[in-house]
Design a binder for this molecule. Structure first.
Ligand SMILES: [Zn+2]
Length: 277
């Protein structure tokens, strides 16, 4: 089995009431990190799973109507806090990133994409087709910033759906077929529908067991442990409440049946790099 080394980065964070992400949670305002995974494949090299916030995101949301995005979820991105800046300070030239895997097209996941122009990008065609069908305001209303993806019209990414469907390992059988990005089983893309169109997670093994990056299928590990979805208002606004809850229930069942699978949501405070031992 091909194993991938990995670590998480936090590329900025936003704040909003905890209750918007988990029914019954306190109404206090919480910080939600934009986490990004840096993976290392023995032959394909450096891979990113999402890109967090960046100066490009701030630029794209500087003026109205896009500024509304930042008013709904205030964004904090300190100097040198972008993913590209952090990679540089860790000795990884952003130009060395070979692949960027995009879980879905929300601004806090593709915000840093423009910092890796030479990387191959992989994304679901379903997400892109959905975006293309929306107006600028219609896209903004659900957290999409088409201006950040202008170049895809000329140079489309590698579509997940063009990869052969493969069966997932037994504990994940309920999630249906995955897509094998490199054809060697090292990185399987797993559909996690409900949060947004074409929303995917990524499964790999780091030598200590499986790691399942679940993106925004849950805002926190707590919500997976408790099987507590966000209020219906939030999930209906972004995607489909019924489908979202079905996916979350599957993650909850996976957590109970296979606790050795590490489930990593993109915005979970427990997974912030500074929260790790
Ligand atoms: Zn999202």
């Amino acid at each position: 089995m091909v194993r991938l080394d990995w670590r998480l980065y936090e590329a900025g964070y936003c704040t909003h009431p905890e209750r918007a992400t988990r029914q019954g949670a306190p109404t206090r305002t919480c910080e939600f990190p934009a986490l990004v995974a840096l993976l290392r494949h023995p032959t394909h090299g450096w891979i990113l799973f999402d890109t967090g916030y960046s100066e490009h995101f701030l630029h794209a949301t500087a003026a109205f109507p896009e500024r509304l995005y930042r008013m709904v979820t205030p964004v904090h991105l300190g100097p040198q806090a972008s993913l590209a800046a952090q990679l540089r300070s860790d000795g990884v030239d952003p130009g060395q990133i070979a692949w960027v895997v995009v879980s879905h097209l929300h601004g806090d996941h593709i915000g840093g994409l423009a910092d890796f122009p030479q990387a191959r990008v992989a994304c679901s065609r379903e997400a892109w087709d959905d975006l293309q069908a929306r107006s600028r305001l219609g896209a903004l209303r659900i957290g999409l910033l088409p201006a950040l993806l202008e170049q895809w019209k000329h140079a489309p990414p590698h579509w997940f759906e063009d990869r052969a469907p493969v069966p997932l390992p037994a504990p994940l059988a309920a999630f249906g077929a995955g897509r094998d990005l490199f054809g060697d089983g090292s990185l399987l893309l797993v559909p996690l529908p409900g949060h947004a169109a074409g929303h995917y997670g990524a499964l790999f093994d780091d030598g200590q067991g499986p790691v399942f990056l679940v993106a925004d299928a849950s805002w926190s590990s707590q919500a997976i442990r408790d099987n507590t979805p966000p209020p219906a208002l939030v999930t209906a606004w972004l995607g489909s409440t019924g489908v979202y809850r079905h996916t979350l229930a599957q993650l909850h069942a996976l957590h109970l049946a296979a606790p050795q699978v590490r489930l990593v949501p993109s915005h979970c405070p427990e997974w912030r790099p500074q929260a790790q031992p």
